[in-house]
Design a protein around this ligand. Structure first.
Ligand SMILES: [Zn+2]
Ligand SMILES: [Zn+2]
Length: 238
């Protein structure tokens, strides 16, 4: 009987959360790097390799995660300054939306403006195409374009399943109580709010939102309380 009980217990442990998420705020901009890994296979994506690459890689191995892809939500300095280093250390591809190549190549100039040393500009190994998916173990993320802060800012969406909420990694489009700035290269307030409304706020309300800066939130909370997400929110960006 005991043996059976033990076996049952270990079976129920297998129904662990399907995705392991780690948020690591890094560098002077406190940009959130994320590890999103499959709870079954341990395969993970490293979203936005910015500063403190070694710390994120160490955390991955501590959590038993094997990073197989580097994903850029977009290529502003804080989100991509560690991409070359992470590629070299992990030997895995770096994927980005095509429209972010300008920002990627502009990183040294952006760094100079902040008085920081220029980071190496990495080669991009593949493009993130909205409407397509990418996988990590048994997780499948949808790629959604949520521009307006940066032209190729993408949201990675993991749909909900079996009672677990979905997850959206949104880059710098939507934050808890705010939205991304629109005064940088190709910034556009109308595009930003349109993308947020149609491609993030249209998701189920319990979808967990993981922004590029600050704490996590969810779709329902932002829909109800974020001033930029209310009718006429455009006026706040004018
Ligand atoms: Zn940004
Ligand atoms: Zn940022």
């Amino acid at each position: 009987m005991r043996l059976r009980k033990g076996a049952f217990f270990s079976l129920s442990q297998e129904a662990a959360p399907p995705m392991i998420v780690e948020r690591v705020p890094v560098g002077p901009f406190q940009m959130n790097s994320y590890l999103a890994g499959c709870g079954k296979t341990g395969e993970a994506v490293y979203i936005d390799p910015g500063a403190e690459v070694e710390r994120v890689i160490a955390l991955a191995s501590e959590r038993g995660l094997r990073i197989t892809k580097l994903i850029g939500t977009h290529a502003h300095l804080d989100h991509a300054e560690g991409a070359a280093e992470a590629k070299e250390k992990l030997g895995v591809p770096y994927l980005l939306h095509k429209a972010e190549l300008y920002n990627l190549k502009n990183m040294p100039e952006a760094a100079r403006r902040y008085g920081f040393p220029a980071p190496p500009v990495p080669e991009v190994d593949g493009f993130l195409v909205p409407g397509e998916t990418l996988s990590a173990g048994e997780l499948t993320f949808e790629i959604r374009l949520t521009g307006g802060h940066a032209p190729g800012n993408v949201t990675l969406y993991l749909p909900d399943g079996e009672g677990a909420p979905g997850h959206a990694f949104v880059g710098d489009s939507l934050f808890a109580g705010s939205v991304g700035r629109t005064d940088l290269y190709m910034g556009d307030g109308a595009v930003l709010l349109e993308g947020i409304r149609t491609r993030i706020l249209s998701l189920p309300p319990d979808t967990v939102v993981h922004p590029g800066h600050g704490p996590e939130t969810n779709v329902g909370i932002e829909k109800e309380t974020n001033p930029f997400c209310q009718p006429g929110g455009e006026r706040l960006l004018a």
